[in-house]
Every structure is written in structure tokens, then in C-alpha cells.
Design a protein around this ligand. Structure first.
Ligand code: NCD
Length: 320
């Protein structure tokens, strides 16, 4: 098996062959999910705790469904953002949970690095469901699977990631994954929404959207993350839509068969035209949601396998 990680904390730690292993298994789950006989016993007897310190609709539902389809016992814990102002609170919570002996812990947290920290304190496998502006590995994997299925490959493609890059963990994880798989990544948006040190990312940067979209295979739109903004990053939403909102006219600069993606939740009329988002000939947004469940099943399956191997090795050393 070419996947022996203990946790899934980010794309940064994954090799290209590990990404392919994950996507291949996800493909199998995607097919199985379509045949209504989607339940398996891969996680039977295991406990999955979803701990979300930040609100979520699709990611939480997706992880919950993925766990249930694999036969795990799933528990959701909605954590109050106000109860984690102090670092100790997070560690204490982790230790308390650890004492309940879960097998898989799915964590979303508003602070970059918090999930990593938590993973160092527990015995189970930890999956990062988004930490601050840092990483959102399962989102990048489901985006990659959607692209691979639509385009028939995941290399030598030209992909434009557009909008609020600075505040986006989705963008960071995607830039890393698509780069590792040898694609050309373009970032499109106003300078105020580009992260500092962008030159080191190995990407091309465009302020003009039409220029940035020229001949690309994939247009990935991002939500304006107002909750992470502490100042005036854009003149107005109307002006932003005018310059960076994706509509049919701007999409006309991309390849004729270019696909449109968005991780959700969407601000219709701010970063994307609602009609275009719903156009099933161009938009793969619903497919992304579908692939999300498959990717999370694959990730938990692989982590559970390495957890079993580790536990078996521990049992042997205790007996010896
Ligand atoms: C993204 C997130 O939470 O980072 N959403 C998601 O997981 N589908 C993107 C966003 O919130 O804009």
C-alpha cells in the first residue's frame, strides 16, 4: 500500500503517488455510491468524531455521510468558537476526547496550525477539515478528482484559481496539489486579495481576469471570505463583480470546453453569475459535492488501514 500516513493534515506532506492512490480509491467509492449499495463495513467497530470549531454545512455533512457509509459509529460535536480563545482549551479538549478512544477525529478550526497541534496529542487518526487560511486537504482532493474525471487527466492542464486567494485554505491546498501533479496554475484577483510571498508558489499571477482566463482548461472560483477580512479589501461588491465576477462573457476567454468550479458556499452575483453556476454544460459544482463524499471515504479507509497496522505492531511489541 503506498499510503502509510498517520493523519491527513494537509496536501503539503503528500507525494504525487500517494495523491494518485487516494484518487484511485475515491473513484471506486464514487462508482459504488452511485449504485445504491454503497454501504460497506470498512470502518465497522470504529468511532469517528467530527469536531467542528467553525460552522460548516457541506463538509460536515460529507464527512458524516462518508463515515456512515463505511459503517463507522459517527458523532458530531459542534464546538463554540468562544470556548477556544485559549490554547489550553484546545489541548484539554483533545485530551478529553482522546480518553474516549475514538479511531478517527475530523477537525475544523479557525486557527491555522490548530489541527496539527491537536494531532500531536491524540492516539487516533486526525483529518483536517480546514484550519484557518492554512489547508483544506479533502477539498483539494475532491477538486482534483472532479477535474480528473471531467478532463480525463490531472497533469499538464492550465487552471485559473480566481478571487480571494489571500484568505483561502482551499486555494493553498489546491495550489500545492495541482503543482505536485505538474499542472500550470494561474492566480487571478486584485492585489489586495493575493497572499504575500506569492512569487514562491510557482504560479503565474494576473490582475486582469480576461487575460488570466485566456485558454485555461479549468476556472476555479473562490468565495469572498468576508469573515476573515478585517478591513476594506475591495471597493464594493458591485465593483468586484464587475471586475472579477465570473459570467459567460469572461468565461468566453477560457477554452471552449473549460469547466467551472466553486467549493461552496457561493455568493451568487458577487464572485459568480447564478445562471452560469447552474449551467450543467459548464459547471461541475454539484459533481464536486458528490466527489467530496467519495474522497472522504477513501481518506478514512486508508487512514483506518494504517491505524490497524500500527495497532497490530504495538500489540506485537507488548507481547514480546
Ligand atoms: C470552503 C472552506 O470552508 O474553506 N468551503 C468548503 O469547505 N466547502 C470554502 C469557503 O468557505 O469559502
Amino acid at each position: 500500500m503506498s499510503f502509510s500516513h498517520r493523519h491527513l493534515l494537509g496536501i503539503e506532506a503528500l507525494r504525487p503517488d500517494e495523491i494518485s492512490t487516494l484518487l484511485d480509491l475515491s473513484d471506486t467509492y464514487a462508482e459504488r455510491n452511485r449504485t445504491r449499495t454503497s454501504c460497506t463495513e470498512v470502518l465497522a467497530g470504529m468511532t469517528q468524531i467530527n469536531m467542528f470549531f467553525e460552522s460548516s454545512t457541506r463538509t460536515l455533512a460529507s464527512f458524516e455521510l462518508a463515515g456512515k457509509r463505511l459503517g463507522a459509529g459517527v458523532m458530531n460535536m459542534a464546538m463554540q468558537a468562544s470556548s477556544l480563545k485559549k490554547g489550553e482549551t484546545l489541548i484539554d479538549t483533545a485530551l478529553t476526547l482522546n480518553a474516549m478512544r475514538p479511531d478517527l477525529l475530523v477537525v475544523r478550526h479557525p486557527h491555522s496550525g490548530a489541527v496539527d497541534l491537536l494531532s500531536q496529542k491524540v492516539d487516533c487518526a486526525v483529518l483536517n477539515a480546514g484550519d484557518g487560511r492554512h489547508e483544506h486537504p479533502t477539498q483539494a482532493l475532491l477538486d482534483a478528482l472532479t477535474i480528473r474525471r471531467a478532463k480525463g487527466r490531472l497533469h499538464r492542464l492550465s487552471i485559473a484559481i480566481c478571487g480571494d486567494i489571500a484568505h483561502s485554505r482551499v486555494a493553498r491546498s489546491n495550489i500545492m496539489l495541482l503543482g505536485k501533479m505538474e499542472n500550470r496554475v494561474r492566480l487571478v484577483g486584485p492585489q489586495t486579495l493575493m497572499p504575500s510571498g506569492i512569487e514562491d508558489f510557482g504560479v503565474e499571477v494576473f490582475e486582469d481576469m480576461r487575460e488570466g482566463l485566456r485558454d485555461v482548461d479549468v476556472v476555479m472560483m473562490l468565495r469572498l471570505q468576508k469573515e476573515r477580512m478585517d478591513g476594506g479589501f475591495i471597493p464594493s461588491e458591485r465593483e468586484y463583480y464587475h471586475r472579477y465576477g465570473l459570467d459567460a462573457e469572461k468565461l468566453g476567454y477560457a477554452r471552449d470546453d473549460a469547466i467551472v468550479m466553486h467549493p461552496g458556499p457561493m455568493n451568487r452575483g458577487v464572485e459568480i453569475d447564478g445562471t452560469l453556476a447552474d449551467d450543467i454544460n459548464r459547471s461541475v459544482i454539484q459533481e464536486q459535492v458528490e466527489m467530496g463524499v467519495a474522497v472522504r471515504m477513501a481518506a478514512m479507509d486508508l487512514l483506518a488501514q494504517s491505524l490497524r497496522v500500527r495497532r497490530a505492531a504495538q500489540d506485537v511489541s507488548v507481547m514480546a
